[in-house]
Design a protein around this ligand. Structure first.
Ligand code: ZDP
Length: 334
């Protein structure tokens, strides 16, 4: 066991598939404990993590390039009543996915079982996890993802700073069907939603994002008032809008000042979540392209703030925020 095992001590969730009936049957049959229903052969160890309330089941998959849980099982485990409860499942995988010299690779499933290319809050959780497991320095990692190489670093103060790479703005690569409106990007593009015209900016951070500051009629005077915004009404209409053929994450954003915005996200495949790392990055890129904020900006999400900088020097986006272990346990594969 690594020196970090004490951190991950008590196993607190076991035998999720043991229905009350099965437990009673086992008791009658003289089973020693009603909780020991997890068969060792198909037990998978997991670590429950959260970053600003965007929560994940993290599976230690570093000993195999084969994912230990099916996408269907991941969707079940994400259910907050029938499973562990999470916005997604993250797999810490062996290196070699994107390039030979990476330290780890990461895969993810959304709570509906679909597989996105990237997950910003998730990669902070993964970095925190491998830093605890590996113990020693260095705490800067190269992680291969479906969106390419992403580089998180666990800082001395516990925050995780991530080089998220360069945003992708070419509309077909987001992907979206808009024509470019400004320097090869779809900025303040008109999109009809629910019978009204919204202005949106399309950004990929490896995964697709549609950032909006409001309806065309209002977005330059006051814009969206998030306190009274009907997220679950509008969210699904943006997510499934035909303009975004791979569906999209959507960021509804209210500018407070040139260094501070508030944002509520509707995630592709997960719905309303308390935070979205790639979404916060996309929001600042869109806000800069629309001339609304500086490149260094705090994004306040329902779960708390993320610090984002879209660096002028090299076009890369740096995201800084927390990641925390909540509990660990074992679950079954089916
Ligand atoms: O692109 C997608 O389908 C997202 N739902 C992936 C998850 C993104 C996330 N919220 C983040 O922090 O970047 C986890």
């Amino acid at each position: 066991m690594s020196s970090a095992s004490a951190l991950f001590a008590p196993t607190s969730v076991r035998g999720l598939r043991g229905s009350p009936d099965r437990v009673v049957a086992r008791r009658r049959a003289g089973a020693r404990s009603s909780v020991a229903v997890t068969a060792a052969a198909d037990a998978v160890k997991f670590y429950k993590y959260q970053g600003l309330g965007n929560d994940f089941v993290l599976v230690d998959n570093r000993d195999s390039s084969e994912i230990k849980l099916s996408s269907e099982r991941c969707a079940q485990l994400c259910d907050r009543n029938f499973g562990i409860g999470a916005d997604g499942v993250i797999f810490a995988m062996p290196p070699g996915f994107v390039q030979a010299d990476e330290d780890y690779s990461m895969r993810m499933y959304n709570s509906d079982g679909t597989e996105p290319e990237m997950c910003g809050n998730g990669i902070r959780c993964l970095a925190n996890f491998v830093a605890k497991m590996d113990g020693a320095e260095p705490k800067a990692y190269k992680v291969g993802t479906l969106a390419g190489l992403i580089q998180p670093e666990v800082r001395a103060d516990g925050q995780v700073s991530v080089d998220m790479g360069e945003p992708v703005l070419d509309p077909p690569k987001v992907p979206c069907t808009f024509d470019a409106t400004q320097d090869g990007a779809a900025v303040r593009a008109k999109m009809e939603v629910d019978g009204e015209t919204w202005l949106v900016t399309a950004v990929s951070m490896g995964n697709p994002h549609c950032v909006t500051f409001g309806k065309e009629s209002k977005c330059d005077e006051g814009g969206i008032k998030l306190d009274e915004f009907a997220l679950s009404h509008y969210g699904p209409m943006f997510e499934k809008h035909p303009t975004f053929p791979a569906k999209t994450n959507t960021e509804f954003t209210e500018v407070v000042n040139r260094n501070y915005v508030k944002m509520h996200v509707w995630e592709r495949g997960a719905g309303a979540t308390l935070a979205c790392g790639t979404g916060a990055c996309a929001t600042v890129v869109a806000a800069v392209l629309e001339g609304r904020t500086e490149r260094k900006c705090t994004v306040e999400l329902p779960g708390g703030p993320l610090e984002i900088e879209w660096r002028e020097a090299d076009n890369r986006v740096i995201m800084t925020g927390p990641a925390e272990l909540v509990f660990d346990g074992t679950c079954t594969t089916a």
